[in-house]
Ligand binder design. Structure first.
Ligand code: SF4
Length: 71
């Protein structure tokens, strides 16, 4: 893929994501989770790597914006 084509795809892909961004999440123990809609109520989240985890599976990452919901 040419550099120009890659740039165009990245630029418009990023623009589209910001316009239609949606964070689906089912972590109901987090205070930012809307369990009825299965979504995160935040506009953006921070995802970070799990140190010394090299499973090449989703467990290598975690939502660092998580906050435990207290009753
Ligand atoms: S902050 Fe993270 S864990 Fe909490 S609802 Fe949003 S995406 Fe889910």
């Amino acid at each position: 893929m040419s550099k120009i084509k890659k740039f165009i795809l990245l630029f418009f892909g990023r623009y589209k994501m910001e316009k239609n961004q949606e964070i689906k999440c089912s972590v109901t123990s987090c205070k930012y989770n809307n369990s009825e809609k299965g979504k995160c109520i935040l506009e953006s989240i921070q995802v970070e790597p799990i140190m010394e985890c090299e499973t090449m599976q989703p467990d290598e990452s975690m939502c660092a914006s998580y906050e435990y919901v207290e009753d």
